[in-house]
Design a protein around this ligand. Structure first.
Ligand code: UD1
Ligand code: MG
Length: 504
C-alpha cells in the first residue's frame, strides 16, 4: 500500500524509543461546507471528521497529541473533551486565532507542547477522515529508517488540481513542494501531490517554522516551505508514496463528504464480511465505525446500524431496519424496525414494523410484534406483545401474553407512571392499563378492559360495560334501509322463536 523512497532497516537502534508528538490541524473555516456546524464536526460513519483524525493519531500511542483549533473552537473542543475520555488519554488543544497558513497552525500546535521538543512530530489534518493509524505508522517507520529530517506522505492522483505538487530532482529525490497557486505550468502538470501529512524531526521543524515567510501567492506561512528550508540546511528530506489515494483525500464540501462517507462505509462492510458477517446487499447497508457484529450475523437489505449497535452471533437484522445504540443478542431477529437504545434478548423476535425506544429490554425468546411501540419497558423471557400496542414505562414478567391493541396508559398529562405485569399473565385484547397499576402473576384480564385497579394473582379482571341487545331497533329507527331489509331477510329464515331468549 505504501512505498518509501528508502526502505532500509533502521541504522539507529534507539529510533523507535524517540518521543512522538502528533499535531492535527483543524482551525480552517470550511467555507465550502456552507454550514453553521464547523467542518470538522460533520460526521462520517457516525464520527465527526476530527474524531477520525484524532483516533488515527491516538492509534500510535504518541507522547502528546495536539489539535489546533480556530473556527468553531468551542464546539470542537467540547467534542474532543469527550473523545479524550473515551480514548482514556490526554488530547491537548491549541488555538490559532487567525488562520495565517498551515505553517502558522503548526507553530500554534507546538506552543501547546513543552519547549525544547525532541523526537518526531507527525502532522495531519482534521478533515482527512480515511487516513488511519496504519498509514501514520508506515510514515513514521519510513521516516526513521531513512533517517530523514522531513518525510512527506504523497500520492499520485489523476486530478491534482488544488494540491501542492511534489518537486523531485533528476535522481528522484524530493526537493520541495510547490502550491497550485505558485506553480509554473510545468509544475502544475506534476501528478504526485502533497497529502499534507508529514513526519518532521522536532528540532528541524521548530527551527524552520521561525524562518517561514509569507512571500507567496496566498501571503500565508506555508508548512510546505519547511522542506526546502531543511534541504537548504543539508538535511535529508524524503517521501512515502501512498498507493491508496483515498487515505489522503480531504473533505472540503458536502459532495466530498458523501463520496468519502460511501468509501468508508464500503471499507467497513468489507471488513465485517471478511470477519464472517453476511451482507445480502452491501449497496443498501450503512454501518457506523463503532458498530460490533459477531460471526454469522445476517444483515438484510436496507439496514442502518448506528451509534455503537452490537449484534450477536447468528442474529438477523432487516430488511429495512435502523438501529441506534441497540444490543441484539445471538439468534434474535429484528425485521423492519426502528430502534434506539434497546436491548433484544437471545432468540427473541421483533417486528415487522416495531418502534423500539430507549430503555426497551426484551428477554430471551420474547416477542415485540407488528405495529408495537415500546419505551422504558422491561419485557421478560418468553413474554409476547404481538400486535398493535404501546408499552411505555412497564415491567412485564416471564411468559406473559399481552393481547392485541393494548395501551399502557403511562401519562396523566403531567407525570409518567409505571405499570407492572407479573409472569404467566394473559391480558385480553384492547386493554388500557392506567398506570400506576399492577397485575399479579397468572392473572387474566378481559378483552376491552380499562384496568385502573391492581389485579391480584390468579384473578380475572373485567372492566367494561355489560352488553345489551335491543331487539328490533333497526326496524323501528332505520326502517326501509338496506340494513333493515337484510335484517328482515335474515329473521324470516330463522325459526319464529329465539331459542336464546326462550332460555332466559
Ligand atoms: C495544503 C498544503 C498542500 C497540500 C494540501 C493537502 C500548504 C501550504 N499546502 O493546502 O500542499 O497538497 O494541504 O490537502 O500547507 N489549517 C489550519 N490553519 C491554517 C490553515 C490551514 O488549521 O491557517 C488546516 C485546515 O483546517 C486544513 C489543513 O490545515 O485541515 C489544510 O488547510 P488547507 O487550507 O485546506 O490547505 P491547502 O491550501 O488545501
Ligand atoms: Mg484543503
Amino acid at each position: 500500500m505504501l512505498q518509501g523512497d528508502t526502505a532500509q532497516p533502521s541504522s539507529r537502534s534507539d529510533a523507535s524509543s524517540e518521543a512522538v508528538s502528533t499535531v492535527v490541524l483543524a482551525a480552517g473555516e470550511g467555507t465550502r461546507m456552507r454550514s453553521a456546524t464547523p467542518k470538522v464536526l460533520h460526521r462520517l460513519a457516525g464520527r465527526p471528521l476530527v474524531e477520525h483524525a484524532v483516533r488515527a493519531a491516538a492509534g500510535l500511542d504518541p507522547d502528546s497529541l495536539v489539535v489546533v483549533l480556530g473556527h468553531g473552537r468551542d464546539a470542537v473542543a467540547e467534542h474532543l473533551t469527550g473523545l479524550a475520555d473515551a480514548l482514556d488519554r490526554p488530547v491537548v488543544t491549541a488555538v490559532q486565532e487567525e488562520q495565517l497558513g498551515t505553517g502558522h497552525a503548526v507553530s500554534c500546535g507546538l506552543s501547546g507542547l513543552p519547549t525544547g521538543l525532541t523526537g518526531t512530530v507527525l502532522v495531519s489534518y482534521g478533515d482527512v477522515p480515511l487516513l488511519d493509524s496504519e498509514a501514520l505508522r508506515a510514515l513514521l517507520a519510513e521516516h526513521r529508517e531513512a533517517g530523514n529530517a522531513v518525510t512527506v506522505l504523497t500520492a499520485v492522483v489523476d486530478e491534482p488540481t488544488g494540491y501542492g505538487r511534489m518537486l523531485r530532482d533528476a535522481d528522484g529525490r524530493v526537493t520541495g513542494i510547490v502550491e497550485q497557486k505558485d506553480a509554473t505550468p510545468e509544475q502544475a502538470a506534476i501528478t504526485e501531490i502533497n497529502s499534507g501529512v508529514y513526519a518532521f524531526d522536532a528540532a528541524v521543524l521548530t527551527d524552520a517554522l521561525k524562518r517561514l515567510s509569507t512571500d507567496n501567492a496566498q501571503g500565508e506561512l506555508y508548512l510546505t516551505d519547511v522542506l526546502s528550508i531543511a534541504r537548504g540546511d543539508g538535511r535529508p528530506v524524503g517521501a512515502l508514496v501512498c498507493s491508496d489515494p483515498w487515505l489522503v483525500e480531504g473533505v472540503n464540501d458536502r459532495v466530498q463528504l458523501a463520496r468519502l462517507g460511501a468509501e468508508l462505509n464500503r471499507r467497513l462492510l468489507l471488513r465485517w464480511m471478511r470477519a464472517g458477517v453476511t451482507i445480502t446487499d452491501p449497496n443498501s447497508v450503512w454501518l457506523d465505525a463503532d458498530v460490533e457484529l459477531d460471526r454469522d450475523v445476517l444483515l438484510e437489505p436496507g439496514v442502518q446500524l448506528r451509534g455503537g449497535t452490537k449484534v450477536g452471533e447468528g442474529a438477523v437484522v432487516g430488511p429495512d431496519t435502523t438501529l441506534t445504540g441497540c444490543v441484539i443478542h445471538p439468534g434474535a431477529s429484528v425485521v423492519r424496525t426502528h430502534g434506539e437504545g434497546a436491548e433484544i434478548g437471545p432468540d427473541a423476535k421483533v417486528g415487522p414494523f416495531a418502534f423500539l425506544r430507549p430503555g426497551t429490554r426484551l428477554g430471551t425468546k420474547g416477542k415485540i410484534g407488528t405495529f408495537v411501540e415500546t419505551k422504558n419497558a422491561a419485557i421478560g423471557d418468553g413474554t409476547k406483545v404481538p400486535h398493535l400496542s404501546y408499552v411505555g414505562d412497564a415491567t412485564i414478567g416471564e411468559r406473559s401474553n399481552i393481547g392485541a391493541a393494548t395501551v399502557f396508559v403511562n401519562y396523566d398529562g403531567v407525570a409518567k407512571h409505571h405499570t407492572v405485569i407479573g409472569s404467566h399473565a394473559r391480558t385480553g385484547a384492547d386493554n388500557m392499563f392506567v398506570a400506576p397499576v399492577e397485575i399479579g402473576d397468572g392473572a387474566y384480564t378481559a378483552a376491552g378492559s380499562v384496568i385502573t385497579q391492581d389485579v391480584p394473582p390468579g384473578a380475572m379482571a373485567v372492566a367494561r360495560g355489560k352488553q345489551r341487545n335491543i331487539e328490533g331497533w333497526v326496524a323501528k329507527r332505520r326502517p326501509g334501509t338496506a340494513a333493515d331489509q337484510a335484517a328482515q331477510q335474515a329473521l324470516s329464515k330463522e325459526p319464529t322463536t329465539n331459542p336464546t331468549n326462550d332460555a332466559q
